[in-house]
Design a protein around this ligand. Structure first.
Ligand code: 13P
Length: 282
């Protein structure tokens, strides 16, 4: 089972009520490490790239890495473009072979977001690619004040956006944010149930880093079939690097540093795959 349409990976998870880890990678080392975690745990996996990573590494290089690293993989995996408001990057990634994209039109009016998102769904269909949509946008943890309420659109607006655009997965704001939460976030889990009940499509859970095991289980049971993790990877990658270099000051052997970083990133991915209930499902 090599590279598989994201739709297939997420539909199976939605039906089986487990979560697929969708992990943002930043380079070859992290891509290889998370794929190895999925392979070892017999779990499906979505590998995500941010727009920043697409620009810094290059779409061609990322795709060449992806093809080489998934050539012999035996669990279902897919490549996803995370939050992207730039239409030309979406088009580029679809053309190069990404399996799915998240159109981030959250800075636009809901009407304009809806109009453009419907165009992207039509653009993605011939490639068999999945489209994720959002209307609220996600703040970074640092931007949120202690008393800030969730700035959510009405359920009717969200349902109408999903219906009108034909998106396959929806990413609602439920009190989640990108980055490392200072305290356990208060999440509006009922909103996930309401969206799933009203539309029948799976929900993507953003801001996964720092949520509790109980929050993951509850939200996945309600229909969060795709669970995004990014900050945890960055922390593990960099902290393991700092730790290694501190312990081995004066040593100049990059592959040993990379081994330590790979082990830390792989362990992080394995921990989340287990928490999301997807280990052993592939
Ligand atoms: P974290 O960085 O909080 O894990 O969020 C990841 C995410 O939602 C990427 O879109």
């Amino acid at each position: 089972m090599p590279v598989t349409p994201t739709t297939e990976i997420i539909s199976r998870a939605f039906e089986g009520r487990y979560g697929v880890a969708a992990i943002n990678v930043v380079n070859d080392l992290t891509m290889e490490a998370v794929l190895a975690a999925a392979e070892d745990l017999r779990a499906p996996l979505i590998v995500q790239t941010s727009v920043k990573t697409v620009k810094s590494v290059g779409a061609d290089v990322l795709m060449a890495m992806w093809r080489a690293m998934t050539d012999r993989i035996t669990v279902p995996v897919a490549l996803h473009l995370d939050h992207c408001g730039e239409r030309e990057i979406i088009t580029l990634c679809l053309e190069k072979g990404w399996n799915s994209v998240l159109f981030d039109g959250s800075q636009l009016s809901v009407e304009e977001n809806q109009r453009q998102c419907a165009e992207i769904v039509a653009e993605a269909r011939p490639y068999g690619a999945l489209v994720e949509g959002e209307i609220e946008g996600f703040k970074r943890v640092e931007e949120i004040g202690a008393d800030d309420a969730v700035e959510a659109q009405s359920l009717e607006t969200a349902v109408e956006f999903i219906r009108a655009t034909g998106v396959d997965v929806f990413a609602p704001a439920i009190g989640n944010a990108h980055g490392m939460y200072r305290t356990t976030p208060t999440l509006d889990s009922q909103r996930v149930t309401d969206i799933v009940d009203a539309t029948g499509i799976p929900v993507a859970l953003h801001g996964g880093t720092g949520m509790t095991p109980d929050q993951f289980s509850d939200l996945i049971a309600r229909g969060c079939a795709k669970v995004n993790i990014s900050t945890a990877l960055k922390i593990q990658l960099m902290q393991s690097g700092y730790d290694y270099m501190t312990e081995h000051a004066g040593e100049y052997d990059p592959p040993k540093l990379f081994d330590a970083q790979r082990a830390a990133v792989k362990a992080m991915a394995e921990e989340h795959i287990r928490l999301f209930g997807s280990a052993g499902t592939a």
